[in-house]
Design a protein around this ligand. Structure first.
Ligand SMILES: Nc1nc2c(ncn2[C@@H]2O[C@H](COP(=O)(O)OP(=O)(O)OP(=O)(O)O)[C@@H](O)[C@H]2O)c(=O)[nH]1
Ligand SMILES: [Mg+2]
Ligand SMILES: [Zn+2]
Length: 222
């Protein structure tokens, strides 16, 4: 058996578990948020879930190699959060469907949720390969990372349903050219929707909140 076959088998098994996750998730809207380390995923969640928690039941699954810092930050805004440390699974640089499956079984045993939000391990590469059973994949890129990232990490931008361009408050201080960024996105995924916001100042964060509500309504309209 060659290396390719082993990889294909891992992905096939992952997709089977992801299908099972979909069944467990049922009517909840599940999103998988991915980005390189530090682009602002947790900050975005802190700010937006603080608003959404008034009308929706929300659970957040945090993926990190180590520490429970992010789960603690989410709990501090009054939202239920569960930490996966991939060091307990051999130190992986991504979440896989099996890790999510184990977590979902615990989380959904006693409670029901409208939103299940997964913050993946900071990494623009392999999280793109692993379906988790989510409804939507969101990629966050911050303006400090450079406008060429969609070209350098194409798979992530190909598979995303939505791109959040974060830290726009820093645009005056960095060489991030919005026009060439949009051109780069066009080359990789011409239909990709982009929301430009600042999780720090809250500018345009309402567009993201409205997008989440819309996806929830779309999933539950029948
Ligand atoms: N200026 C500015 N800073 C931001 C913004 N959003 C997040 N940050 C800062 O960026 C740093 C990283 O933010 P996090 O929210 O921890 O990023 P993350 O993507 O969750 O990081 P990992 O989970 O480690 O991958 C923190 O110092 C935040 O305060 C923003 O919109 N503008
Ligand atoms: Mg984080
Ligand atoms: Zn990985």
């Amino acid at each position: 058996m060659g290396t390719i076959n082993i990889f294909e088998n891992i992905m096939k098994r992952n997709d089977e578990i992801a299908e099972n996750n979909k069944k467990i998730i049922n009517n909840a809207l599940c999103i998988n948020i991915m980005s390189s380390p530090g682009s602002g995923k947790t900050t975005l969640l802190e700010k937006s879930l603080k608003v959404l928690k008034n009308n929706y039941r929300i659970a957040v699954i945090e993926g990190d190699v180590s520490t429970s810092n992010d789960a603690r930050r989410i709990k501090n805004v009054g939202v239920r959060a569960f930490q996966i440390k991939t060091e307990n699974y051999g130190g992986g640089c991504h979440l896989d469907a099996k890790m999510i499956n184990e977590e979902l079984k615990k989380i959904l045993k006693k409670s029901k949720f409208d939103f299940i939000v997964i913050e993946n391990v900071g990494n623009l590469i392999c999280p793109a390969d692993f379906n988790l059973g989510e409804d939507k994949k969101v990629v966050v890129l911050s303006v400090t990372e450079g406008e060429d990232k969609p070209l350098k990490y194409p798979l992530m931008f190909k598979i995303a349903d939505l791109l959040i361009l974060n830290k726009i408050d820093l645009l005056p201080y960095v060489d991030f050219n919005i026009k060439s960024f949009k051109n780069n996105i066009k080359k990789i995924n011409s239909k990709l929707k982009i929301i430009m916001l600042s999780a720090k100042t809250g500018k345009n964060i309402n567009d993201w909140i409205e997008q989440l509500k819309l996806w929830y309504i779309e999933k539950n309209k029948f």
